[in-house]
Design a protein around this ligand. Structure first.
Ligand code: NAI
Length: 335
């Protein structure tokens, strides 16, 4: 029998985790023969709810689930973990400005970065889901000087899947028939869902599309899908966010097919002229547990403008938390 992977999940009593944990334990991320130890982390106030979650996990009698540990502190929670899903974050409260939200989360994610640095397995792979996800991932990475920035990613896979789902609907095919959609930039309403490289059943979609529909319907709809879901169900996306997290980590671990790519927010190395050091969603391919930005995609003038808009938002977010970012480390320059 394989040795179990240790998986940390923060915000483990929340809505996304309510889908994520059960599918993780069922083997949907790391495969049907990989045992797991779940190290679930919550705020002290939510530990009772977390105990309820643990009881339900136990009651499923998942064959792969070796153990479930409950933690109200990140030092124990991140101890020796191989993978970390950082789902918990401070939500925007009444009267709270975006800057306040950024700062509140900056404190949480700088502490989490330090704890991952000091307690996690040195090869830990980190996915930040909690918003503002890109800047939270940047903060965590910068506070983990002994880990490579490439070990920190944020989630744009939900946006990627949304983009795929909507275009599949348009072409009357399955989402699995759609390849090479790309999300550029921030996981926010400035993101750029790019169809220039996409194919449906092997054929390029771009020549079949009305540019007015792409600009005025498709792009805004993907960008604002989160708000559309909140308006419809009175709650933010949870099951689809969990699916995004599952897809992201599974592909990072097992790899992506050669004839496709996925979208992941990773620390920019300057590819496509995007400012180095910000956490930006790019089209990526994964192999042997590493992600690599897809190079050489043609970018036209209109796409360039959209990429610059979302890049500017991330530069501004970074400026808002600059005082909480330690100086860049040697490791950061190596990547
Ligand atoms: P939720 O409010 O249902 O659950 C969040 C949980 O996190 C709560 O149980 C809370 O006690 C816990 N928590 C808060 N701060 C914590 C901390 N410092 N340490 C440990 N636990 C902490 O929220 P939900 O729906 O599960 O969403 C979680 C986050 O994911 C939110 O920030 C949301 O905006 C974000 N999100 C991101 C998406 C993406 O595509 N990147 C998509 C959908 C949501």
């Amino acid at each position: 029998m394989k040795r179990p992977f240790r998986i940390a999940v923060t915000g483990a009593a929340g809505s996304i985790s309510n889908s994520l944990l059960f599918r993780l334990a069922a083997g949907e991320v790391f495969g049907p023969d990989q045992p797991l130890i779940l190290q679930l982390i919550e705020r002290p106030e939510a530990m009772e709810a977390l105990r309820g979650m643990a009881m339900e996990l136990e009651d499923c009698a998942f064959p792969l689930l070796h153990n479930v540990r409950l933690h109200d502190n990140i030092q124990d929670g991140f101890s020796n973990v191989h993978f970390a899903f950082l789902v918990g974050a401070k939500p925007r409260g009444p009267g709270m400005e975006r800057a306040d939200l950024l700062s509140a989360n900056a404190e949480i994610f700088s502490a989490q970065g330090r704890a991952l640095n000091d307690y996690a397995n040195p090869d830990v792979k980190v996915l930040v889901v909690g918003n503002p996800a890109n800047t939270n991932a940047l903060i965590a990475s910068r506070n983990a000087p002994d880990l490579s920035p490439s070990q920190f990613t944020a989630m744009s896979r939900l946006d990627h899947n949304r983009a795929k789902g909507m275009i599949a609907n348009r072409f009357g095919c399955n989402a699995s028939d759609i390849r090479k959609v790309a999300i550029w930039g921030n996981h926010s309403a400035t993101q750029y869902p790019d169809l220039h490289h996409a194919t449906a059943m092997g054929e390029p979609v771009w020549p079949e599309l009305d540019p007015k529909w792409v600009d005025e319907e498709y792009i805004p709809r993907v960008q604002k899908r989160g708000a559309e879901i909140i308006a419809a169900r009175g709650q933010s996306s949870a099951a689809s966010a969990a699916q995004g997290a599952i897809d992201h980590m599974r592909d990072w671990y097992f790899g992506t097919p050669d004839d496709d790519f996925v979208s992941m927010c990773v620390v920019s190395d300057g590819s496509y002229g995007v400012t180095k050091g910000i956490v930006f969603s790019f089209p990526v391919r994964c192999r042997y547990g590493r992600h690599e930005i897809v190079q050489g995609l043609p970018i036209d003038e209109a796409a360039r403008k959209r990429i610059e808009t979302t890049e500017k938002e991330l530069i501004d977010e970074k400026a808002g938390v600059e005082h909480l970012l330690p100086a860049e480390t040697e490791a950061a320059h190596l990547n």
